[in-house]
Design a protein around this ligand. Structure first.
Ligand code: ADP
Ligand code: 5GP
Length: 193
């Protein structure tokens, strides 16, 4: 039987570049990574695909998923629900592959409670400065002004929890940051044997 894969957590403030860095890391097929496609009730953004970036569902469907015990963890983030599919995580790990969870700090806390420390490799991504973070989130132009303000406010609370993570990574450049993360994941895989 294969050893179950790692839970690789990538968290950090909205707009810091989690998605960008994650897509870069996932190009390396040797890492055996599978992205955990979460369920969300937020609106789909331009360029996103249902079933690839998220499963975009109604609030009714999301609440049904909670009731049926389908979610490993979930949270309400600035007015929208987000949750991790339990069956996807179980299936991927059972196949010996590593599942990448791009989730918020609250979700991370719940995953850390539910799994052993040795099964998790967690990363908190930060921007080189608060000013740069604001520039990135505004530059993405995907949210309303009110939503951007809420996300920046939320970022300050999230930053306070960065020390709960195994690694804090500065996303100064997506290439450099993903190289740093890739090295850490490779080491974790090698150590586990
Ligand atoms: P998140 O997934 O954390 O919300 P995104 O990956 O969507 O963030 O990135 C937010 C914006 O910042 C995007 O427009 C992206 O192209 C840009 N970005 C990501 N990393 C960097 C970087 N290192 N330097 C400059 N811009 C970046
Ligand atoms: P966004 O709307 O920018 O895609 O995501 C907003 C926040 O929700 C980000 O911090 C993202 O990592 C987080 N998120 C995405 N999916 C999940 C999930 O399944 N669970 C939790 N707890 N947070 C999630």
């Amino acid at each position: 039987m294969k050893k179950p894969g790692f839970l690789i957590i990538i968290a950090g403030p909205s707009g810091v570049g989690k998605g960008t860095v994650r897509k870069e890391i996932m190009k390396n097929k040797k890492l055996n990574l599978v992205f955990s496609v979460s369920l969300t009730t937020r609106a789909i953004r331009k360029g996103e695909k249902n079933g690839v970036d998220y499963y975009f569902v109604s609030e009714k469907k999301f609440k049904e998923a909670i009731k049926n015990g389908d979610l490993l963890e979930y949270n309400n983030y600035v007015g929208h629900y987000y949750g991790t599919s339990k069956s996807q995580v179980e299936k991927v790990r059972k196949a010996g592959k590593n599942i990448v969870l791009e989730i918020d700090v609250n979700g991370t806390k719940n995953v850390m409670k539910a799994f052993s420390k040795k099964d998790i490799v967690s990363f908190f991504i930060v921007a080189p400065s608060v000013k740069e973070l604001e520039k990135r989130i505004r530059g993405r132009s995907t949210e309303s002004q009110a939503d951007i303000k809420n996300r920046l406010k939320k970022a300050k609370d999230e930053m306070k929890l960065k020390d709960k993570f195994d690694h804090v990574i500065v996303n100064d450049s997506p290439t450099r940051a993903s190289k740093e993360i890739t090295k850490i994941i490779k080491n974790a895989i090698a150590l586990r044997g």
